[in-house]
Design a protein around this ligand. Structure first.
Ligand code: SIN
Length: 505
């Protein structure tokens, strides 16, 4: 999609820039990280990484391709032979040391996220803590990859079930949580005894590379964690190498459904284990018996986190007819208080990630208005220019509009009206996606009915902040399969082996 020609650059002030200065400038790694070494791309190509708030160049990063992808897989394969054999408690200790490094450098990591991703510093700090929580949780879980003993079916036999690491794992991660999404793939992989090759999104490779550097500083052996950055143009070449390499036994991907389906097809010839955390189109339903204060707070959290750029952001907000007007009025008041700005200030909403994202949000709003929606607040680019978009509330939204069936991934809250519980459930489920869903009600029978009826992998009931390392994150239908976080997330990196031991009597 073409970038809008008339985008104006916001100029970040010196004070804002100062807040985002790293204490450790060496955390900015601009080459691939393979076998604990910085590796330039074979033909010295680079691609620019820019701050989405002001367009300033942060770094030129190695634009890798098939040669570096293969080198990373070679390194991970070599390292797997010894990493899988060390004691689980030693792997746990390595993960704990990595956690210590991440915590020691947490402020710099948060600044790095803000610089390349644009989210406000408070959100970046929360993201680093969220990513660190996965490392901590899986460091503990490394010691609990238990097997089983099954009662024998014949005398003199033992039936033993063991869990083994699947092998080298590949991770392809998105730009919206550049640290947390990678940490929640690397940590369970390493805990299980797998080694990893990772390709971060082209918009945000620096956070991932810093995470790999810190893993090396924590003493994690060479080849266990490898990161291969690539531009949008070369990303396919990197992925293709891993998809076709039989030594890479597992792929974990977070991103769009279209790319997820392509990866599933392309990895079929090597029958890889897959975890696919794909697109969402989360419904957020407020019934007439809901606690409205809580529902408004929840809507702001579920809709406007990361400027609306999360896979579990509320995309369709269904409000019961009896409370529709009151909810709309209170939503506008709450949205009016959201501060928009660059990450170094006191903003709560940062810029969108790039011009494509901005154009998509504009297209969704224009289409909704064309089909009869009304803008109560926002509805246009922010005066700050660049990729900033005003937090928006739309009313009189219906299913004829594009934003009802596509993920907007921006700060736009569209309010749909419903009359009955059945109508709300049917509308919520009328999407191919099924990642997260939210609803607000104080009627316990309704809570149980609606939770069971919603077709989604995760349901927030009177709760919008559902992400946590202790629970299984993942979807159903076109939102993918596989889970991240919790013991279910560890299972994705383990395979089951059955031993039948005879001749014991
Ligand atoms: C995502 O947007 O894919 C992840 C969001 C989260 O973990 O909360």
């Amino acid at each position: 999609m073409a970038a809008p020609a008339e985008i104006q650059n916001h100029s970040t002030s010196a004070a804002e820039k100062q807040v985002l200065q790293l204490d450790r400038s060496d955390l900015i790694v601009t080459r691939a990280w393979i076998a604990n070494k910085r590796v330039q791309s074979s033909d010295a190509r680079t691609f620019p990484v820019e701050n989405p708030a002001d367009g300033s160049l942060i770094a030129e990063v190695a634009d890798c391709g098939s040669a570096e992808a293969k080198a990373a897989a070679d390194a991970a394969h070599r390292a797997f032979a010894s990493w899988r054999k060390i004691l689980a408690k030693e792997r746990a200790a390595h993960l704990q040391s990595w956690l210590t490094q991440v915590k020691k450098n947490q402020e710099d990591l948060a600044r790095l996220i803000s610089i390349e991703q644009g989210k406000p510093l408070t959100e970046s700090r929360a993201e680093v803590a969220y990513g660190a929580a996965y490392i901590e949780w899986f460091a503990e879980e490394a010691k609990r990859a238990y097997g089983d003993i099954i009662p024998e079916t014949a005398p003199g036999r033992k039936i033993i079930v063991t869990r083994e690491p699947v092998g080298v794992a590949a991770a392809i991660t998105p730009w919206n949580f550049p640290i947390a999404m990678l940490a929640r793939k690397i940590a369970p992989a390493l805990a299980a005894g797998c080694t990893i090759v990772a390709k971060p999104a082209e918009d945000t490779p620096l956070s991932a590379l810093a995470l790999a550097l810190l893993a090396a500083e924590a003493g994690i052996p060479e080849g266990v964690v490898n990161v291969v950055p690539a531009s949008r143009k070369n990303a396919g070449a990197v992925a293709d190498v891993w998809l076709n390499d039989e030594r890479v036994r597992k792929l974990s991907f977070t991103g769009s459904t279209a790319v997820g389906k392509h990866l599933a097809q392309a990895s079929a010839s090597t029958l890889k284990r897959l975890s696919l955390e794909l697109g969402g189109n989360a419904p957020f339903i407020v019934f007439e018996d809901a606690d409205l204060d809580r529902a408004i707070k929840g809507m702001i959290a579920a809709k406007f986190r990361n400027a609306g750029q999360t896979c579990i952001c509320a995309n369709r907000i269904y409000i019961a007819d009896a409370i529709y007007d009151e909810f709309a009025e209170r939503a506008v008041q709450a949205v009016a208080n959201l501060r928009v700005g660059p990450a170094g200030g006191d903003a709560e909403i940062g810029p969108l990630i790039n011009a494509r994202a901005l154009v998509k949000v504009e297209r969704h709003v224009a289409d909704a208005v064309e089909h009869g929606a009304r803008v109560l607040i926002g509805g246009k680019r922010h005066a700050l220019g660049r990729y900033f978009y005003e937090p928006t509330v739309l009313v009189d939204v219906d299913s004829s509009m594009v934003l009802s069936c596509e993920e907007t991934f921006g700060p736009v809250a569209p309010l749909f009206r419903f009359h009955t519980e059945e109508e709300a459930i049917s509308a919520a489920n009328s999407t191919p996606f099924g990642l997260a869903a939210y609803f607000y009600s104080r009627d316990i029978a309704r809570v149980m009915r609606v939770s069971a009826a919603l077709e989604s992998g995760m349901v927030g009931i009177n709760e919008a902040a559902i992400s946590t390392e202790v629970a299984p994150f993942g979807g159903v239908k076109d939102s993918g399969y596989g889970r991240e976080g919790s013991p279910y997330g560890m299972d994705e990196y383990l395979q089951t082996k059955y031993l039948c031991l005879g001749g014991l009597s």
